[in-house]
Design a protein around this ligand. Sequence first.
Ligand code: PMM
Length: 265
Amino acid sequence: MPQPFVPPVVFGVLNVTPDSFSDGGRYLDPSAAVGHGRALVEAGADVVDVGGESTRPGAAPVAPEEELRRVLPVVEGLVAGGVRVSIDTRRAEVADAAVRAGAAIVNDVDGGRDPALLRVAAESGADLVLMHSRGPAARSGDYADVLHDVAGDLRGRVDAAVAAGVPRDRLVVDPGIGFSKTAEENWRLLAHLEDLGLDDLRLLVGVSRKRFLGELVAGPAEDRDGVTGVLTALLAERGVWGVRVHAPAASRAAIDVVRRMREAA
Ligand code: PMM
């Protein structure tokens, strides 16, 4: 019997930052940000992932108070409108304030390296995304075997989160596509997600508009939404739990195509 199709959860990206690589500076005004968050939902996002710090290499670090000032009104505005919100932060105090304001998911690009953030997740009951990254000092191409190394690192982060009291079924893992990884390493991870050996955990994947897609599509980052949609279809076929995208319409359409093909099969 073929497995029933479970469509991936679509996370819509909302960067409330002056300097994110594809949408930096557009949504610094909270009402513009909330408006864009609602538009992401209308375009097919199930969750809006609100971030107040750019993860672009070389981006200026943001003080926690400034990060909070950027994201909190946006989280509050979206939650008030019934939107499911994820907070994209590495900071325990930002995660704490956001879940108190109603965010359902903490998305940590540092993979829960800060024990205080793990405590927030454990105590709040929020889901926790542990994304793979070796931090800003890591360099692309540093992996002996990217699959083996990312899987091992993620397993370590999962064990730390469980030891801190976050139940395994509230964890989501993410291979951290584009985070100090070469294009070759990104493609290898995408081609071998099943071989990470983390099948009992939900898997989130973020490829949207990332630089490694520039080898396929020249031009500005927005022009990569088409190939992002194609990758969403391939990831949906392979049963990933979630995708994180800037332009949900292309990914929603891709998921609908996979669903129709499955129904007809
Ligand atoms: N990528 C970015 C930021 N946050 N979170 C998760 N879980 N996975 C990702 O791949 C990820 C992330 C960087 O992209 P952006 O600057 O477009 O937000």
